[in-house]
Design a protein around this ligand. Sequence first.
Ligand SMILES: O=c1ccn([C@@H]2O[C@H](COP(=O)(O)O)[C@@H](O)[C@H]2O)c(=O)[nH]1
Length: 273
Amino acid sequence: MNRQELVGLIKERQSYLCVGLDTDIHKIPKHLLSHADPVFAFNKAIIDATKDLCVAYKINTAFYECMGIRGWETLQRTVEYIPSGIFTIADAKRGDIGNTATQYAKTFFDTYNFDSVTVAPYMGKDSVTPFLAFHEKWAIMLGLTSNEGSQDFQLQRVGDEYLYEKVIRAGMEWGTPDNLMFVVGATQTAQLAAIRRLAPDHFFLVPGVGAQGGSLQEISSLAMNKDCGLLVNASRAIIYAGNGEDFAVDARNAAMQYQQEMSEYLSQITVNS
Ligand SMILES: O=c1ccn([C@@H]2O[C@H](COP(=O)(O)O)[C@@H](O)[C@H]2O)c(=O)[nH]1
């Protein structure tokens, strides 16, 4: 999916919601466990219940990889079930030497046909640029993450700036607003406005609302740009909103609350399509 299509989708749906499919077999409602593929049965119900309210789904590969070959099959079924026209993210946080990074990029872009992959930039330029060489595909580079450990490296000063600022600045030289996004945690409100000034045109994938306590209102007021420029992810707050037979209804209601709030914030800008 290209940038124009993504911005158009945000405008049409009045939403910049990304639903995170961090599906843990130990947390899904018990009645699903009799299905041949319980995790897929859960994901299918969540997708059916939320597909008109969100613009993206993020599949965190850890929740699938931990189940071995069956997990990869579930991941494939899930990504194939997501309706075309909705942006897909493989949250795999890959990063390795260029020769290997190319294989990771092929895995997620060619074999599984995701629109985007999250990339850990610690190994530098040659570990990131292979993900930028695919037509209408995106790399989403970790910028400033939502977790406590972001203080260990990302928020250390290097010369006259934070390490994460150096990383984002480098990323902007490697990729463009048409093929590169940055992960910016919703919990990092003290830095959000500065990050938007640093990267005015790039999309940010923003995890950390819901279970991690980030505020949708703060993120939106600090980091929205003229194209919206945000994909805000919520995983547990949506997919585990309920735990009974009607879990998908609860998930829909949770997603709808986010979408309605987003619609209000979007009305305050003109989204260019
Ligand atoms: O900085 C980051 C980068 C990635 N994540 C991922 O996003 C989701 C958040 O899940 P919630 O249940 O909404 O808290 C999860 O897949 C993380 O691995 C992040 O949280 N922060």
